[in-house]
Design a protein around this ligand. Structure first.
Ligand code: ADP
Ligand code: ADP
Ligand code: ZN
Length: 220
């Protein structure tokens, strides 16, 4: 049976961190729109330069552009039996777009875990976030430091702070989340797909709760 899963949560709630754990356990490909946009930026594509002006401000890239990019990604062969979506959808039109895409694939969403974290925690997490340039593993200066400062434990790559992780952009992204994305909690709740996860726990504890929730839904 196919499983398409949406990870919902604010910027800094731990979606990327947990997605890493989940993809390994479930064998699903991770589809992160933030990562896809960053790849376009790196490759200097037209889509990348369009996205940059929104990303630099902490605003959302327009829905049609984002949905188009996801459509292309889900059409690749590794997504035919499921995917873990991280950072998409972020608006109700995107959620409707996803439903339409899945319907075309004769698939549907299995479960939407919502990683619940309060505003202060979101800010603390974003402020200390470092990412591996090579393998995208996430670290946190206080909560999840690498063994050697500035170096990835996994691949020896260099850690960097994202260009859009300035204090100003972080605040804007959090506001945008509460203004435009948080309404998806109720939206997916009404569809009976939402499972709330306490995101204030340690990375391992959140991961365990998430896995349990996902396995339960994928079985039924
Ligand atoms: P974070 O990990 O802080 O939540 P992401 O890496 O998911 O950030 O996203 C970085 C930026 O990419 C966002 O601020 C936004 O500009 C853009 N972006 C990512 N996903 C979406 C989306 N689904 N819709 C619109 N813009 C998006
Ligand atoms: P998102 O993808 O939702 O924006 P990330 O996975 O990038 O969030 O996590 C943001 C930061 O918080 C990273 O530095 C990560 O190491 C850290 N982090 C993630 N989950 C936890 C947790 N449960 N406890 C403490 N720090 C965490
Ligand atoms: Zn690495």
């Amino acid at each position: 049976m196919s499983s398409y899963i949406v990870l919902l949560g604010g910027p800094g709630s731990g979606k990327g961190t947990q997605a890493e754990i989940l993809v390994e356990e479930l064998g699903l490909p991770q589809v992160s729109t933030g990562e896809l946009f960053r790849e376009h930026l790196k490759d200097g594509t037209e889509l990348g330069s369009l996205a940059r002006e929104f990303m630099d401000r902490g605003e959302l890239v327009p829905d049609e552009v984002t949905i188009g990019m996801v459509r292309e990604r889900l059409a690749r062969p590794d997504c035919t039996s499921g995917a873990l979506l991280d950072g998409f959808p972020r608006t109700i039109p995107q959620a409707e777009g996803l439903d339409a895409l899945l319907a075309e694939m004769e698939a549907e969403l299995t479960v939407v875990p919502y990683i619940k974290v309060n505003r202060d925690t979101l800010l603390q997490r974003l402020a200390g976030r470092w990412t591996c340039r090579q393998c995208s593993t996430m670290y946190h200066v206080v909560f999840s430091p690498s063994f050697k400062a500035g170096i990835c434990d996994r691949c020896g790559g260099q850690l960097y702070q994202r260009a859009d992780d300035t204090p100003e952009t972080q605040l804007r992204r959090i506001d945008v989340y509460f203004e435009q994305t948080a309404e998806l909690i109720e939206w997916y709740g009404k569809k009976g797909l939402l499972v709330e996860i306490d995101g204030e726990q340690s990375i391992g504890a959140v991961g365990a709760e998430l896995l349990m929730a996902v396995r339960e839904q994928c079985r039924t």
